[in-house]
Design a protein around this ligand. Sequence first.
Ligand SMILES: NC(=O)c1ccc[n+]([C@@H]2O[C@H](COP(=O)([O-])OP(=O)(O)OC[C@H]3O[C@@H](n4cnc5c(N)ncnc54)[C@H](O)[C@@H]3O)[C@@H](O)[C@H]2O)c1
Length: 433
Amino acid sequence: MSHLDNVPSTPGKFKMEKSPHIHSRLRWHSSTAKLTFWSFIFLALILIFFFRSPSSNPLPQDSFRRSLRTYNWGGPAWESQVRSSARVRSRNGITVLVTGAAGFVGTHVSISLRKRGDGVLGLDNFNDYYDPSLKRARQALLERTGVFIVEGDINDSALLSKLFDVVPFTHVMHLAAQAGVRYAMENPSSYVHSNIAGLVSLLEVCKSANPQPAIVWASSSSVYGLNTKVPFSERDRTDQPASLYAATKKAGEEIAHTYNHIHGLSLTGLRFFTVYGPWGRPDMAYFFFTRDILKGKSIPIFETANHGTVARDFTYIDDIVKGCLAALDTAEKSTGSGGKKKGPAQLRVYNLGNTSPVPVSDLVSILERLLKVNAKRNITKLPRNGDVPFTHADISLAQRELGYKPSTDLQTGLKKFVKWYLSYYSGGKKAAG
Ligand SMILES: NC(=O)c1ccc[n+]([C@@H]2O[C@H](COP(=O)([O-])OP(=O)(O)OC[C@H]3O[C@@H](n4cnc5c(N)ncnc54)[C@H](O)[C@@H]3O)[C@@H](O)[C@H]2O)c1
C-alpha cells in the first residue's frame, strides 16, 4: 500500500482500500486540490469574520476589539516598575491597586495617595470611549509623581494574579468602569464587559489573594432611578434603574454583597454624584458646554416634559478624593483566607455628593461669566435615554462614618476647572474631547 493511500480525499475521510500506483497519484492530486480548495474557503471565512467593516456591525465589533486587545506586560523591567510604584514611603502607609488610574477620578485619587506616602500602582486599559490622549496626559502626570500605570484590562485574570504575586496589596481602589449614561444606547456590551464581567474578574482574584485586600469601589448615584424622593438616602430602594449604566452599577452592588457574604471580602461602595473638576471627562456636560461655548456652538439645555428644571448635585473632585481616602482608611481587613470566609466582613455603601443641587441653566450662567462668552442656549426636552431630571444626595451617613464634609461650591470648583481647561487646551488651539 502506498503511503499516500491514507491521505483523505475529503477532509475528515480516510481511504482504506488498496489501489494501483497511478490511481494513487491521480487521487492524490485531486485530494490535494480539494484540500487546498476547502482550506482556502475556511481561511476566507476566518478573514471575513475578523475584518468585517465596523459599519456593518458596530456593536459586537467594538466590544470584540476591546476584549481581545492584547497588552504587553511582564518581564524583569516591568516587575521592577510595578514594585517601585507600589513601595510604601510613609509609616503606616497602605499599598493600593488603583484600577481606572488613567481616568478622571483615578488620576486624582492616585496622586493624593502617593503624596501622603502610600504605595500606589495604577491599572487602565486606555480605551477610546473618550479621547485617549487625555488619558495619556494624565498618565504622564502620574509618572511625574512616581505612579506607574500598568496597561491592561481588569478582565485579564492572569495579569491581575501576576500583580498580586508581585505586590501584596492591602487595598484596591476600583474605579475602572464604563461610565456615562447615554453611551449605553450605542455600545451596551461595553457596560457588561467592564462593570459586570470586569468586577467579577477582579473580585475572583482578590478573593484568592493572600492576604485578601479590602476593596473600595465606585458605584453611582444613578442607582437611585426615577422614582426616588430627594434627598437620596442609602436606605432608599434602588431596584428601578433608569439606564443600563445604572443597572450594571446596581448589579455591582449585589455582586459585592455575594463576595462579602461567601468569601469574607471587605467591600465599600461609593455612590458618586456628578463629579467635576480639572482633568475631567469630556463626555460630561460641564466639560463639553465649556468647549462648545468657546466655539460659539449652541448647547442643549434639557428640561422635563412639563418645563421643569433639570438639576444636578455637582460634586467637586477634591471632595470626592477626600471621601475615597476616608473610605480606604476606615476599611477593615477582609476576613477570608484561601478563598474561604473566616468571619463576618465589612460591607458598606455611601453617598458622596455635595447636597446642594444646581439647575443646569445656572451651571451655564457660571460658565458664561468665567469664560466671558455668552452661550447659545438650546432648550430641549430631556430625551428618554436614561438621564434622570434631578439628583440630590443625603450625605449624613458618610458624614457620620467617614467624616466626609464637601467644602467646594460650584462657582469655586468651576473656576478651577476653567483655569485648567484653558491652559490644557492652550486657549482652544488644541482640539478638545
Ligand atoms: N465622574 C462622575 O461623575 C461619576 C459619577 C458616578 C460614578 N462614577 C464612577 O466613578 C468611576 C470613575 O469614573 P471617572 O469619571 O473617573 O471615569 P473615567 O472614564 O474617566 O475613568 C474610568 C477609567 O477606567 C478605564 N477602564 C474602563 N474599563 C476598563 C477595563 N475593562 N479595564 C481596565 N480599565 C478600564 C478607562 O480607560 C478609564 O480611564 C467609574 O466607576 C464611574 O462609573 C463617576
